[in-house]
Design a binder for this molecule. Structure first.
Ligand SMILES: Cc1cc2nc3c(=O)[nH]c(=O)nc-3n(C[C@H](O)[C@H](O)[C@H](O)COP(=O)(O)OP(=O)(O)OC[C@H]3O[C@@H](n4cnc5c(N)ncnc54)[C@H](O)[C@@H]3O)c2cc1C
Length: 390
């Protein structure tokens, strides 16, 4: 059985994004995955979520919400730290931890749109792992078409009363708080009806389904949430009523980048495992790596991986100066997730029958990668966005 953790093969064009402090942080993250996560992946997969205390361990090591301001429990560092966290998760070939959604999506909404009281209440607990969070947009009846959300939040004095349900919610099973996308208005313009409400999971009327039985990413907690006459104070509203759609749009480029980063690093990990495997495996008295077909196939994959890496790192440079366009980020998500699917399929082929066995990391990567073309906006929606910029 191969270990899940691997170092990627150096890119043909050296990367230039990181300084010595970034690299020291990478080392800490790498050790965390090697020690705390990789040995437990099978356990997480059988229980369909990570252990709750993994969140506290990650928080204690400063691996949650590092980009949040220091006043709210973070380190105020740049988003390259988020990139490193995601890359190291992918190099460990782990798909169980849902840290990025918590640190890079939910925390950003609170930091961007929360008032001082909300930020002081939630962000330090999120950074320590005391609180696990989710974002609940998708419903059984609607995913891509967010404006068709049916979960309602009806005003009742100083409270909202929420009714409805959400599906496919990452971190849903372990979450202590979910930002729930609710319909609060009845305007003809659907986008003006949406609001974001922070809902504590211990409120009466909040219930969780069992973790959903997915084809891959089996260790990642994904479940349904139900709201039955759930009463929340209006002070739980994030930003202004009716501005939910606008708030969701603000960070969309970054959310697409998160998936592109996962896929790029995932492809690099799959490739590194395959190079190693083909050098060790023998057929017809030679290593599999010595066949011309193998060498050419690996050369093709390496070229594709490195072209995507150059595009992604350039997107990241623009992201750091907050000048990355929605179309460029959508293209990164679309192209790199397609590239990952292709790379992992070809890499599995080069493993022969062992590639079909789940104890080999390439097999798990093959099934886990599929969701990347679906979530954070499907690749069809990405093409829609790219075409709108023409
Ligand atoms: C593992 C996993 C984790 C997830 N985590 C979360 C989460 O944490 N929070 C959350 O809110 N959601 C989450 N989702 C949901 C995910 O974001 C949605 O599944 C996704 O947005 C697609 O919505 P849908 O499933 O309703 O598909 P649909 O919108 O029904 O789409 C079905 C098909 O129609 C296509 N289609 C739809 N509209 C168009 C169009 N205008 N033009 C062309 N084609 C179109 C789609 O591309 C797709 O191929 C998760 C999903 C998965 C699989």
């Amino acid at each position: 059985m191969q270990s899940g953790a691997i170092r990627p093969i150096n890119n043909m064009l050296p990367r230039q994004l990181f300084n010595a402090e970034h690299e020291a942080f990478r080392e800490t993250v790498r050790k965390f995955y090697e020690k705390e996560v990789v040995p437990n992946i099978e356990k997480y997969e059988s229980q369909q979520h990570v252990d709750r205390d993994l969140w506290n361990k990650a928080g204690a090591m400063g691996l949650l919400c590092p980009t949040m301001p220091e006043a709210y429990g973070g380190y105020g560092v740049d988003r390259l730290y988020s990139m490193i966290l995601i890359e190291e998760q992918a190099y460990a070939m782990d798909s169980s931890t849902g840290f990025s959604l918590h640190s890079d999506i939910v925390a950003n909404y609170i930091n961007n749109f929360g008032n001082e009281e909300q930020k002081l209440h939630w962000l330090p607990k999120m950074a320590s792992g005391e609180v696990v969070t989710a974002i609940a947009m998708t419903e059984p009846g609607t995913g891509s078409d967010l404006q068709a959300v049916r979960t309602t939040a009806v005003s009742d004095g100083d409270d909202f009363i929420i009714n409805g349900s959400k599906i496919f919610i990452t971190n849903g099973y372990l979450c202590d708080m979910a930002i729930v996308v609710c319909k609060t208005g009845s305007s003809e313009k659907g986008s003006a009806n949406l609001s974001l409400i922070m809902v504590e999971a211990d409120r009466a009327g909040f219930s969780k389904g069992k973790p959903l039985n997915k084809i891959g990413m089996k260790g990642q907690d994904t479940c349904e949430l139900f709201f039955d006459n759930l009463r929340v104070p209006k002070t739980n509203l994030l930003g202004m009523e009716g501005m939910g759609f606008m708030m969701l749009m603000k960070e969309l480029a970054w959310e697409r980048m998160l998936v592109a980063i996962i896929c790029q690093a995932g492809a690099e990990a799959a490739f590194a495992h395959t190079v190693q495997y083909t050098k060790e495996r023998k057929a017809f008295g030679k290593t599999v790596s010595s066949f011309q077909n193998t060498r050419f196939k690996l050369a093709e994959l390496r070229t594709e991986i490195d072209f995507c890496r150059a595009y992604l790192d350039r997107c990241m440079e623009l992201q750091l100066t907050e000048s990355l366009g929605i179309d460029a980020a959508a293209a990164a998500k679309y192209k790199i997730s397609e590239m990952f699917s292709k790379v992992v399929d070809e890499c599995l082929q080069l493993h022969g029958g062992y590639g079909y066995m789940l104890e080999y990391p390439i097999a798990r990567a093959y099934i886990d990668n599929r969701a990347n073309r679906i979530y954070a906006g499907t690749n069809e929606i990405m093409k829609e966005l790219i075409s709108r910029s023409l």
